[in-house]
Each structure stands twice: as structure tokens, then as C-alpha cells.
Write a protein that binds this ligand. Sequence first.
Ligand SMILES: Nc1ncnc2c1ncn2[C@@H]1O[C@H](COP(=O)(O)OP(=O)(O)OP(=O)(O)O)[C@@H](O)[C@H]1O
Ligand SMILES: [Mg+2]
Length: 601
Amino acid sequence: MSVLGVEGEERDDLNRAESAQIRARSLRLLGSLIRPMRARLVLSIIVVVISTISQVAGPAIIAYGIDTGLPALIGSDWMPVAFAGLAYLLAGVTGALLIAWFTVLSAQISQAILFDLRRRVFLHTQRLSLEFHESYTSGRIISRQTSDLDAIRELLDSGINQLVQGVLYMLFTAVALFLLDVESGFILLASLVPLAALTRWFQVRSQTMFRRTRVASARLIVTFVETMTGIRAVKAFRTEKRNEAEFGGLVEEYRATNARVIKLFGIYDPGLVLIGNVAVAVVLLVGGFRVVDGGLEIGVLLAAVLYTRRFFDPMEDMAMFYNGYQSATAALEKISGVLEEQPSVADPEHPVDLWESRGAVAFDGVEFGYVEGRPILPHFDLDIPAGQTIALVGSTGAGKSTLAKLVSRFYDPTVGRVTLDGIDLRQLHPKDLRRAIVMVTQEAYLFSGTVADNIAIGKPDATREEIEAAARAVGADTFIRGLPNGYETDVNKRGGRVSAGQRQLISFARAFLADPAVLILDEATASLDIPSERLVQDALQTLLADRTAIIIAHRLSTVSIADRVLVMEHGRIVEDGTPEDLIAGTGRFAQLHASWRESLV
Ligand SMILES: Nc1ncnc2c1ncn2[C@@H]1O[C@H](COP(=O)(O)OP(=O)(O)OP(=O)(O)O)[C@@H](O)[C@H]1O
Ligand SMILES: [Mg+2]
């Protein structure tokens, strides 16, 4: 089972060089995300610094009001008191306004960064070759786009915000306290020792706990996704009970790890309060004696107590920062990994223009395997003249779809070249390649939208007439008109659901609208009933007349419309000829055809 998002957790096993590389990769990504935000970032730092200073000024102003203002007031001079009151008010208002501005600024920065990142992940994963997608499970891609981005969002939205505000607040409070009264400052400094010890203990413990909750929640998501994507198999084999037990166990594990995290807070929070209160008590006690001795003014004592009291406020949030930071860096490492992945089928640097393709396809000494040491096409030469209709038959696993994927350039050959009109596919502009070669497969995928939208994918600027003409040409028109809203039926809405065969007809219409020079049909008629298949075949005959076609089909009825039949076994062409010649012969195809004829009667 692939465990969503857990790869990063096991990175302890990686050697140092590799983790340094990964860190460099994450930093590169982070740098490229932050660079466009520089100006706004500087502004927000200035704003938060001024805002924190105004917040911290409060107790010092109170001290001034009491120690200087009150005696003056007794002497009928109300100026200092009025000044203190006004300054306090001004500091409060400034602090509040600036903190509001800071909140907006930092939200803008984090939203812009997330927007950028989300877009990059989407565009890049979409651009990557089929090879990547066949090995990188969709569950992992989903978690890159969801939980990983969420971890980063959380850090940006609250984590960094709180850290910056908290650090500044504590720093300025401590500085203010030292400026006001050095002795109280040292008492606060002494309280940092138990504070640091407690926080360190919390961090070490919570780090492993949080890692465990992340793993537990990833397991939950994977199990959920796999069960629901395989819901048909679940229902067919009645595995609900088994799944229930497994899922129940995972939910319990998640609950238990969470409960332990909560217990940690149950120790840390009261610990913080205790240290804070003891510090306040000591400041008050020592200060109280000094006030009695006349060594300290009452207002300064009050301010010192307030500062000591407030100093501990941001601690809890800051202790949490570390965890958010860790999951965010793990997420960033994984995302940067995907973003630095290069498409294995690269776009040409100097593409050759091919405006009008004739559709001649050739395999030139091609060798190909998905993995090294396991060749699927050991040595392959094939010439398909423009306009020829080829039927490609052969047993399961012979390499038919592999051949089709090479012609569509989903993969590049390991050795040799595949050409279109004599030009290596690797040199063609992707735009020309896609226009010239279209493959229709068995899993005809429909995107959300109307039937008309789905057909128009083959030619985005197609008119309604063209769309309907394409549907008529492949015999899809009748069933489409029978749908609740005809061509405007939403294929994902209830009632708009179409059958597997109807989906294939739609994807046929899509391909015919695209009007490629080379059309590849890989088992594209497998889900059609006999009448529909016959309809498609009638349509095929006219539509394939002026283009090159490679038709892969297990049903030999398709073969009758072909100019040439290729029989493929173990990645090699073992028979090659016209349908009539092969049927008349004694080879593999003649046997296949004979047993197929028997099955029909
Ligand atoms: N993505 C892949 N990664 C690794 N091996 C693959 C991949 N796709 C196919 N293969 C292997 O390549 C061989 C040929 O597969 P291919 O899909 O071309 O067969 P096929 O002739 O289309 O069979 P079928 O009639 O069942 O569709 C098989 O042995 C298969 O295991
Ligand atoms: Mg196949």
C-alpha cells in the first residue's frame, strides 16, 4: 500500500548528501516563491515592528502616569496625566490599526504564495509524461495538492504570523522591562531557564507525537481513497466487513495518537501558567520590598508586574510553531520533488514545422522497454504508408498498446526512432504532433460538462454543426438526442450518465472532429454492442478513407475493413499481409479467424 505523504517521514534513513540536496531543492522553491513578494514582505515587517512597539508601550506609559502624573496632579498640574492618558490611547489605537494592517498584508502574501504554488503543482504534474503518472500513484498526487499544500497554508496563515508577533512581543517586553527596572528584568531572565526546559521537553515529545498523528491520518486517507475508488470491487466481493474492521482500527489509532497529543498540552499549558505566576509573584515580592525601602516607585512596580505577566502570553502558540514548521518543510520537500521532476518525453528545442501531415508512420530500428532489462519491443521495423488502414492483432501482452503509445509519443523509444512523414517524433512541435496523431482508447474518459463540450475537446473552436456532424458520422447522434437535454446534457449529473459503449461513441466523435492524419484505435470498440459496432464500422470505412489508421481489436470483425493485417507476438510482427491473404494462409491469423468464425455460428 502506498502511504500518502509518509515518504517524507522516512527521510531520516536518507544519507546526508541526499538530505542536503533535498533541503537545497526546497530552499530554491521557497526563494522563487518569495522573491516576487519582497516589497510587501519588507512593508509587513515594518508594520509589525511598529505595532508591537505600540502594544508594549502601554505599561511604561502607565508607570509614567502614576509616578509622574499623579504627584503633579496633586500639585494641580494635570498636564502629565492628560499626556499619559492620551499617549496610552494613541499607542492602543496605533497598535490595533497596525496589527489589522499586518494581518491583511500577511494574508495577502500567503495567499499569493499559495496561489502560485497550487498553480505550479497543477501545471507541472499535468506536463509530466505518462511514465511519471503510471508510477506515481494518484493518491500521492492528490496529497501533494491537498494535505501538503494545507500544511504550508497553515504555516503561512498562522504559524509564521504568530512566530514573528510572538518573538517581537517577548523581545520588546523584555527590553522594556530591563529599561524600566533592571532587577525585575533579571528575575524574568531567571524564569527563562525552567521555561526553556519545559518547552524543549514539549517539543521533543510533541514532535514524535505529531509525526505519528500525521502518519495515522495519512493511512486513514489512503484507506478511504482506495476503498472508495475501488467501490465496485468492494461491492462485488462484499469486502465491507473486512474494510470496516481495518478502517475502525485506523480510526482508533488516529484517536489514540491525538489523545496523547492532548495530554501533552495538559502538562505544558499549566506548566507555562505556573512558571508565569511564580515569576510574577517573585517580581511583586522583591519589588514590594524595594517600594517599601523607597528604592522603587509604585508605578514602575506595576508596569514590571504587567510586563512579566504578559511576557508568557505568546509562548503556547510559539511552541506549536515548531510542529507546523516541521510538517510544512516536509510538505515543501515533497512538492519541490514533484516540481523538479522533468518530463521524460521532452519537447524539442528546435521543433520542425509540419503543417500538413500526410500520415506516413515508420518504426526505424526501434527498441523499447518500460524498465531496463525487460524489452517489450526487442527490435522493431515497420513502415505504414500514408492512408493505409492497419488492423493490429495479437494475444494479450503482445505489445500492441505499447506500439500505439510509441506512435502517440507517450513514450520515446530507447533505441531507434519513430517517424511521421520521415520526421522523428522527437523533433515535432507538440502542437503539430497532437494535431496529426490521435489515439482513442478503451477507457473513454468524459470530463465534467455537457456532451457537446466533451466532443468539442477534439477541436475547441468547433461549431455546433460540426459537433453534430461528427456525432452523426460515428452513429452517436441518435442516442445523444435521446438524452434528457440532448447535446446539452451534463455527463456527470444524474440522468446524464451514459453507458460504457455510449462513452466510446462520444470519444469517437471527439476523435473524428479532431480530424487527425493518423488515428489509433486501441480496443476502442470493445464496449460496443454488435449493432453499434457495425454502425461505427460503416462510419469508419468512410472516415478512414483518407487517413492512416491503426486499429487494435480483439474482435476480428474489425479486421475486414483493414487494408493490411499485422499479427504481433512477444513484441514482434509475426504475420503481415492483406486480410484475404492471411485468412487463406495457414498461419496464426488463419487459425484465429477460423475459430472466430466457428464461435459466430
Ligand atoms: N506502464 C508499464 N510499465 C511497465 N510495463 C508495462 C507497462 N505497460 C505495459 N507493460 C508491459 O508491456 C507488455 C506489453 O503490454 P501492452 O499493453 O502493450 O500489451 P497489449 O498487446 O496491448 O495487450 P492487451 O491485448 O491485453 O491490451 C506487457 O508484458 C506489460 O506487462
Ligand atoms: Mg492493449
